[in-house]
Design a binder for this molecule. Structure first.
Ligand code: NCD
Length: 319
């Protein structure tokens, strides 16, 4: 493993399987009456959140606490960032407090890379979502969830060779889609991105994926389908005619869900716009693994923190 986890592309196939297998072992901790391991006792994990978040922030916090780390939660609102303090000065302050890991979410793509490359912290930097760029731990928890459903025996030790994953919707603004495309490719899956032409990023032809504008034609072969949130807060123009039109062409409803193969699962990273990219019926159906993704997220983040900060050796130092 590299010292930092900045991009899903930082992980080799072996690294990714190691994280997923470690997470599979750690998942058991959540089922115990006392959900705690002493592994990171005496280590400090700083959660640095410059952008709103519910599940990712509490997931990292739960993960660090279950490994007995000391956790410092920092959110930009109510801190000196609202007085104009820079990322550098904030990071140096945290460094002075001795962070072994810095988990960072930032509205600027590249902020975690800057933090790691500039040496503003000695700790391992974990990207928890940067702008529209990447969200590698989300991709890991998605891969974990797919593996546990789609590979024989729950998939321990396995990759996702030959599985077809369809990712649908606002790819343009989605760091989840980019990280998933990279990681799923590393794990041997075939990825199809389905979106209106206006919501596919420039340069998507260089990604290791196929693209389509037609959701209906990609349903029958999908082993897993991931619906993306329409990210209104990042839209400064109108990318589709109306919400109704969007749902009609790119939303997952029961009729479409019934055309998926029997074993296929439905994912969504959350937060959902129920009724837009996914209907409430589908979100709450037996095919949906959306709540399971959240549970698995804690185990995957425990695995990442353990492998980057804990006892495991970093054979390959560097960013
Ligand atoms: C995603 C994010 O923040 O990138 N959510 C998450 O981490 N659970 C996706 C989104 O906001 O739509």
């Amino acid at each position: 493993m590299k010292k930092h986890l900045l991009s899903a592309g930082d992980l080799t196939r072996e690294d990714a399987i190691r994280v997923l297998d470690t997470a599979a072992e750690l998942l058991g901790v959540a089922q115990r009456p006392i959900k705690k391991l002493p592994t990171l006792r005496g280590r400090t994990v700083v959660n640095l959140f410059f952008e709103d978040s519910t599940r990712t922030r509490i997931s990292f916090e739960a993960a660090a606490k279950r490994l007995s780390a000391d956790v410092i939660n920092f959110s930009a609102k109510g801190s000196s960032v609202s007085k104009g303090e820079s990322l550098k000065d904030t990071a140096l302050t945290l460094q002075a407090m001795g962070a072994d890991a810095v988990v960072i979410r930032h509205h600027f793509s590249g902020a975690p890379h800057r933090l790691a490359a500039a040496g503003w912290t000695n700790g391992a930097v974990v990207n928890a979502g940067d702008g529209t760029h990447e969200h590698p731990t989300q991709a890991l928890l998605d891969a974990f969830t797919m593996r546990s459903h789609l590979m024989p025996g729950g998939g321990v030790g396995a990759d996702l060779e030959g599985k077809n994953v369809t990712i649908v919707g606002d790819v343009l603004h989605s760091r989840v889609a980019r990280s998933n495309a990279l990681l799923l490719h590393t794990l041997g899956a075939n990825v199809t991105l389905v979106a209106p032409p206006t919501l596919l990023p420039v340069g998507v032809d260089t990604w290791p994926v196929e693209t389509s504008y037609d959701l209906d034609e990609s349903l029958e072969k999908a082993d897993a389908i991931m619906m993306l949130r329409v990210q209104r807060e990042r839209m400064n123009a109108s990318y589709f005619p109306t919400e109704r039109e969007y749902s009609r062409r790119y939303g997952l409803d029961t009729t479409r869900m019934n055309r998926l193969p029997d074993h296929a699962i439905v994912l969504h990273p959350g937060p959902m716009n129920r009724g837009m990219e996914i209907t409430a019926d589908v979100a709450d159906s037996g095919r949906s693994v959306i709540v399971e993704q959240v549970t698995n997220g804690v185990a995957v983040r425990m695995a990442v923190l353990y492998l980057l900060v804990g006892g495991a050796t970093n054979e390959e130092e560097g960013s």
